[in-house]
Design a protein around this ligand. Structure first.
Ligand code: URA
Length: 215
């Protein structure tokens, strides 16, 4: 993990990450993207098929929906930094054809990738972190995180010192207690929902709470 050179140095180093086996099948590392001085920091699960090919987070259908929801919540003009809990695409290939089907990352993979995420958080040092879905929540808040229980509620920014499998409690580290964090549903869950419109409205409502917290 480079100690100097900011987010760009991290991005370059992450391209050669061999911290877990996911690098073998993925096209490339998909590191975070956006302003390194953004007030708003969004964390998803892992790159999808399109992100894996293009090398950038949230450029596929989930990203388009996310941008629409941010716009409706009044955050369309806000500078953001977007990244994922896991930086390689994990997938299974469909038995017939070449379709790559998303697979959820394991705790081991999340734990291996967590130092990159924590390094991004410490460098960007945002005012507000938005956690998108269960994987991002478990990576940052511990294994007991449940998005349905915590969504839409502003909470103090925790310390990032414990591991992904922790219990979500920690003593705190200076400089990490000043911001806020809010969890919401993952945009892919909105795309999969039976009632997409209601799920989208729920996402916008949560993001509007986040918008109200930015001065
Ligand atoms: N889903 C994610 O969690 N991240 C992406 O970058 C794309 C889809």
């Amino acid at each position: 993990m480079p100690r100097r050179g900011g987010v760009e140095a991290l991005r370059r180093a992450s391209a050669d990450c061999r911290g877990c086996p996911l690098f073998k099948d993925a096209t490339q590392t998909v590191f975070g993207d956006g302003s390194p001085t953004a007030r708003l920091f969004l964390v998803g699960e892992q790159p999808g098929d399109q992100e894996d090919r293009e090398g950038q987070p949230f450029v596929g259908p989930a990203g388009q929906l996310l941008r629409r929801a941010l716009g409706e919540a009044g955050l369309g003009d806000e500078e953001v930094y977007v990244t994922n809990a896991v930086k390689h695409f994990k997938f299974a290939t469909a038995p017939r054809g070449k379709r790559r089907i998303h697979k959820a990352p394991s705790l081991r993979e999340m734990t291996a990738c967590r130092p990159w995420l924590v390094a991004e958080l410490r460098l960007v040092s945002p005012q507000l972190v938005i956690v998108l879905g269960g994987t991002a929540g478990r990576a940052l808040l511990g294994s007991s995180f449940r998005v349905g229980e915590q969504r839409g509620v502003l909470q103090p920014m925790p310390s990032w010192d414990r591991g992904a499998g922790g219990d979500g409690r920690s003593a705190g580290r200076s400089g990490e207690g000043s911001g806020l964090l809010l969890a919401t549903t993952h945009p892919s869950a909105v795309l999969r929902a039976d009632d997409r419109e209601a799920a989208f409205r729920g996402l916008v409502a949560d993001l509007s709470v986040a918008a109200s917290a930015l001065d």
